[in-house]
Design a protein around this ligand. Sequence first.
Ligand code: FE2
Ligand code: FE2
Length: 260
Amino acid sequence: MIRIAHLSDIHFGGENVAAVAAAAEMIRAGGFDLTIVSGDLTQFGAVGEFEAAAAWLKTVPGPMLVCPGNHDAPYLAWWERFFTPFARFSRMIGPAEAQTHIADGFLVRGLNTARGVQPRANWSKGQISRRQTREATDWLCGAADGKLKILVCHHPLTEMIGGPMTAKVWGGSAAAQAMAECRVDLVLSGHIHAPFAWPYPFGDGKTYAVGAGTLSVRERGVPAGFNIIEADDAEIRVIAQAWERSHYTPYRTWSLDRRC
Ligand SMILES: [Fe+2]
Ligand SMILES: [Fe+2]
């Protein structure tokens, strides 16, 4: 059994303090193979917020893979946002692009769908370039079938249907199709602040888009929480945890048929 904790959108500077502390406690007790944080670690990309994020990450044991989100480019330091948008992330958290984790039974690749600036009014939306898609599929496709293949990025590559907000990822649909054709099992994301799981309408229908909620106080109609992902040879279960002010309870579970 593979067990992964998938957190997202902690937004240090606006985090749900009790929920964040309890999530670390749950991971410490839970025997997870990997912890994933899919971006928006901070609220404004401020140095103090990154310091808080880095300090919290140090309290979480075990291997970890973290990618940036749109909130992790400095909001106020516009010159950094323009020219070195993820330098703070790289300096204080880790690589902003092409993060990898290889373990028995699964492998994970991260990439950065956030941009400091874009030629459109809303810089919070996502982008994935053809180069990013190709490099990720090359790396993931190179692994033997039978291993669980996971891509992590901040923005959902296709829209969360019925969700509280959009991601409008340029290049997202083509990337999702490429992931399905490459037989990636899971594409994990955040940004929406609400959990979801469903198959892409591409390939054999067994590549799943899975989103984690938020551990910030910026809830969008869903309690703060995170996802626990459990995979055996036949099935992948995504169990969204909801913060109930003093503890977590399972909020929703999705059982996903795993590719043989
Ligand atoms: Fe967010
Ligand atoms: Fe975001």
